[in-house]
Design a protein around this ligand. Structure first.
Ligand code: DQA
Length: 143
C-alpha cells in the first residue's frame, strides 16, 4: 500500500525518493511474489479515506500481510493507524528515505509501534526486503 504523493515517484524529489516509478516498483513486487508462489496486490491513494477502506477490505479478502508506506500520513494519521489495529494484520512500515535524517516532524510515526518492523532509508529496495520477510512469514504459517 502506498500513501499520498507516491504516485509521483520518479518525478518527485529524486534526491529523497529515487528514480523508480511506482509502476516499476509494483511490477517488481508482483514478480517477487509470483516467484514465491504467492499473490501480491498493490494499491496507492492520495486519500486517507480510500486507504482506510482498502485496509478494511483486507480484513476479509484473504490478505495475510500488509506492506505499507503511509507517506505523509505516517506523521499525521491516527485514523489509518486505527484501521491497521482494527484488522490486526501483520504489517511492515516502509519509507524510501531515512525519515530520521530529515525534518523533525518526520521523526514520529503513528505506525511503528504496531508494525512487525520498519525499513527506512534503503530506497525502493526496502519494499523488496519487506516482501521477502512477508514471504518467509506466510510460508511458515502455511507449513
Ligand atoms: C516517505 C517519507 C515521508 O515523510 C514523506 O511524507 C513521504 C514519503 C518516504 O517514503 O520516505 O511522502 O514516507
Amino acid at each position: 500500500m502506498h500513501g499520498p504523493n507516491l504516485n509521483m515517484l520518479g518525478r518527485r524529489e529524486p534526491q529523497y525518493y529515487g528514480a523508480d516509478t511506482l509502476a516499476s516498483i509494483d511490477a517488481r513486487l508482483i514478480e517477487q511474489s509470483r516467484a514465491a508462489g504467492l499473490s501480491c496486490t498493490t494499491f496507492q491513494s492520495n486519500s486517507e479515506a480510500a486507504l482506510i477502506e482498502r485496509i478494511h477490505a483486507a480484513f476479509t479478502d484473504g490478505t495475510g500481510f500488509v506492506i505499507i508506506n503511509p507517506a505523509a500520513y505516517t506523521h499525521t494519521s491516527v485514523a489509518l493507524r486505527d484501521a491497521l489495529a482494527a484488522v490486526k494484520l501483520p504489517f511492515i512500515e516502509v519509507h524510501l528515505s531515512n525519515v530520521h535524517a530529515r525534518e523533525p516532524f518526520r521523526h514520529h510515526s503513528y505506525f511503528s509501534d504496531l508494525a512487525v518492523g520498519v525499513i527506512c532509508g534503503l530506497g525502493a529496495a526496502g519494499y523488496g526486503y519487506a516482501l521477502q520477510h512477508a514471504i518467509d512469514y506466510l510460508n511458515r504459517q502455511m507449513s
